[in-house]
Design a protein around this ligand. Structure first.
Ligand SMILES: Nc1ncnc2c1ncn2[C@@H]1O[C@H](COP(=O)(O)OP(=O)(O)OP(=O)(O)O)[C@@H](O)[C@H]1O
Length: 301
């Protein structure tokens, strides 16, 4: 008589961006070693180009994968989340990017044993991404989107300097951009309310730029955004913000207002640079609204 054997569980797909962070693959291997030690079957795929992680995650979700792991920084996590859509596939994170803001936000562990434990532990947190639509198309973001000065910095920071200095590369690039960025008004519409600002950060989470506070009242697991509107203060205001950030004083910056909204429209008199999760994301005009649904992220505790 024919007896069906129970099907072996599908291997855990790990999508690895080899260009993320300081290219310290050793941190990834240590996590994978622990997983293999626990008997987890793995499928590791290296991305070969921007957008590849999104396509790989989409395929895996279509095949009914239970869990897809993004090994990289916030940009890689955003691409994988975008590919998964609002289905049942859970998201895992091995944070090996430069800023890893979402990992800080979710208080993900950093030592390899705990990262691996989080991926097999079964505890999840809900994350409700934002969706960006603009002349370049649509994409999801998981932590934040900026228009104005911070986006200018992201557009111009060099890959090799990022790999050499990590987050310090953004500090160096900020100092280079301050004298040459042409501060211009950003016209903002928040659920129909008209505002104007010098820089704008549309945030899903509380943190920005690393483990630093920006929007204390943000709610990553629900629809809606905390929108940080920086006054049109030019170089002085940008410099002050840069100093306040590492001191965790940004929420108290004079001239900063934070408002909640579900739909954000951003326009300039000229095209202004945008960044999403620390990667260049085209220019204005942009519209931001809630992703169609949330994703469940594996967390350590
Ligand atoms: N093989 C690749 N070659 C070039 N770019 C890639 C490749 N794979 C992914 N990318 C792109 O690299 C971008 C940056 O990656 P990611 O954000 O994960 O790293 P990071 O910038 O170092 O980290 P963080 O965003 O946390 O500061 C991603 O948005 C993705 O589009």
């Amino acid at each position: 008589m024919f007896r069906a054997h129970p099907a072996a569980p599908a291997p855990m797909l790990v999508i690895y961006n080899p260009t993320a962070g300081r290219r310290r693959a050793a941190r990834l291997w240590r996590v994978l070693d622990v997983l293999v030690g626990h008997g987890v079957a793995l499928e590791l795929v290296e991305t070969t180009h921007a957008g590849h992680a999104r396509a790989l995650a989409r395929d895996a979700a279509r095949r009914g994968a239970e869990l897809v792991v993004a090994a990289g920084g916030d940009g890689t996590v955003a691409e994988v989340t975008d590919g998964l859509g609002a289905g049942a596939t859970r998201l895992g994170i091995i944070p090996i990017g430069t800023a890893n803001v979402l990992a800080h936000e979710l208080r993900l562990p950093t030592d390899p044993g705990s990262v691996a434990a989080a991926l097999i532990g079964g505890r999840t947190r809900t994350l409700w991404p934002g969706r960006l639509s603009g002349p370049g198309g649509e994409r999801l973001f998981v932590q934040m989107l900026g228009v104005g000065f911070d986006a200018q910095v992201v557009h111009h920071v060099s890959g090799p300097v990022k790999r050499a200095l990590g987050r310090g590369a953004y500090v160096a690039q900020t100092l280079r951009e301050l004298p040459r960025y042409r501060f211009a008004a950003i016209h903002v519409r928040l659920d129909g309310r008209e505002r104007s600002a010098g820089s704008v950060i549309v945030s899903k989470g509380c943190l920005y730029g690393g483990p630093y506070r920006l929007a204390p009242d943000a709610v990553p697991d629900s629809p809606g955004f905390s929108v940080a509107l920086f006054a049109e203060g030019g170089i002085g205001q940008a410099l002050l913000a840069g100093m306040a950030l590492p001191l965790n004083l940004l929420p108290r910056l004079p001239g900063l207002r934070i408002e909640r909204a579900h739909r954000v429209e951003l326009m300039g008199d000229q095209d202004l640079p945008a960044q999403a999760d620390g990667d260049p994301a085209g220019t204005t005009p942009l519209r931001i609204d809630d992703a169609p649904g949330p994703v469940a992220v594996m967390v350590g505790r």
